[in-house]
Design a protein around this ligand. Sequence first.
Ligand code: SF4
Length: 719
Amino acid sequence: MTLHHRTCNLCEANCGLLIETEGSIITSIRGDEADPLSEGYLCPKAFALKDLYEDPERLRAPLIREGGQWREVGWQEAVAAAAAGLHALQQRGGKSAVASYVGNPSAHNLPAMTALAPWLRLLGGSNRYSASSVDQFPKMLACYLLYGAQLSVPVPDVDRSDYMLILGANPVVSHGSLMTAPGMKRRLARLRKRGGKLLVIDPRRSETAAAADEHLFIRPGTDALFLAAVINAVASEGFIDASALERVEGVEHLLDSLSPFTAEAVEGATEIGASQTRRIAKEFATAASSVCYSRIGVCVQSYGTLVSYLSDALNIVCGRLDRPGGAMFSSPAVTYSSKGSYQRWKSRVRGLDEFGGELPIAVLAEEIETSGQGQVRGLFTMAGNPVLSAPNGARLEKAIAGLDFMVSVDPWMNETTCYADVILPPRHSLENPHYSIVFHKLAVRNTAKFCKPVFEPVAHALSEWEILGQLCAELSRLRNEDAVAAGAEEIADPTAPHFAMSPEMFVSMLLGAGPSGLTMDDLLEHPSGIDLGELESGGLDRAVFHDDGRVHLSHSQIDAELARLLGEFESGQVGGVGFAAPRDDSEFLMIGRRSLRSNNSWMHNCPSLMSGRDRCTLLMHPVDAGRLGLEDGRTVAVGSRAGKVEVRLEISDEVMEGVVSLPHGFGHGRPGTRLSVAAQRPGVSMNDLTDDAVTEGLVGNGILTGVPVRVSACAGAGS
Ligand code: SF4
């Protein structure tokens, strides 16, 4: 038996694990109590590491599609075919003729994380996409505007806070997002035990809301109105902390802009009473310490950037930024920073803005379908499944099926990769070393941990680093051949110096450049990780990238969004969510949800997670179900502008009246996929109902919450 120290890389929480193996078999997985961040916590998904490693359907050799059949091939042939296909398309249609889509598991994987940038730079073109535009881009744009850098994301100091206000987040299930906080339930219980208060604002009584001191329902899509009213009340009651605003520009301008949004004015829209809003403003501003945390539920609405900006603005004007118990910046051992970019180019068809080198995934289908210069005819995907993750997935699936060529770096044949021409499956992450470059930076405590591979890589298996390195070399060689044939000088592969290193060397290099003084040897001597202490004040000095060193609250983009919000509010609807007229009994606003035993679409082939009750159900309040004469367990039809699905109804007062909830990541069992466990409980894809025609106002994020739908009984369908 061999004992391995490992960081779980399945979600953002970074739990420390002790994994026992005998040969190539995992015999046990348990939490590592010596891990300074997770202190022994682990969730049921950790055990899925064994399922994922052993999954007989995990691809272990490259595949090429020929005449509708898959043929297993060697790496050299597969990489040559992949590079040749992408190169040919770029020769014909320019670099933007090949789009790329990167799923979020790449951020949790050291070889993928460290190899992607040079590959995507080499591939070039304007059609870069990722899961970030159905996730956190609005939060990152808010940080770009406020602090001058999209990666300057403040983290709630939950371990010292006395008051936590949460909107659109369920950290008891997610364990934090843009807030790495393993064992969040324990952390929140400790907050309450020391006399603190947890308040959750959510259209569903989520697992976090159930663990809170107080939960208030809010009409989906109206969080911007609520936060505007809270800040307004903070100002009108004289709670602005002027002593904390020396480095903040634009406070007066913001407060003037928010003046129409009083607690009394917005209560009919948000369904949160004015007296409650004013009380919350007072509680937040007068607590010894407090922090407002908002996440995906607010990012995936029409005003995602504005809500994210307002939740930071509340922390700022109350003097909670860069203060213990408030919103703080970490001091990771491996630092990286990037100002990022915004509005450098626009999407060809609809004219949505670039952010961070990417376009919103909501435009990919139209970029494939619309002919003309710059039309997308090829796709590279890595660890992604946009057919299930992107709004109007059915339209995107049809568009992807009609592409001329597609390459996927992915270990599973999922609902998207089944359309590839070449699949290059990377080895399992347990066969790689691990250092969590991204999530140490977002963690609620400063720690550092490097993990050696659990298993020796099986023969011929390549990591993402090696696959992308080989693709870079082959694509460069093909371009070079063209250049030389056209009479130009030979050009060296610009990515070669990068791939001459290894991921471990890359981490060592970053560690050496970081502030901790730690070396790789130090990390190897402490396999459970090294504690670098609590979050410290002063992080703002590192986080602010604006030339004047100040936090900027005033921006023309925010002004425009506030003007849009006011105009819509006065007309009785915000972001497509109407509140002035009575609704028809069959009309609902759909929101998403996530289960502790699920993580997007890619863990549904794990037997240990898929056992038990069916989790892909439509939640509806009993009063609404009674009005429609629907019984629990009945199959219902749910329709939207984009599409229609049929799903089992689950009646529950977890959701507020007028709201239905469907989890994301389901919709399996499609022809061509190889996910037989997932296919036994396929569920339906909520993104067959979400609409790619409407996007968030500033960064083009997909709108996945507050989606207008109609629900009816399925003709002839019983329970
Ligand atoms: S919470 Fe996330 S990191 Fe922790 S064990 Fe579960 S899946 Fe792994």
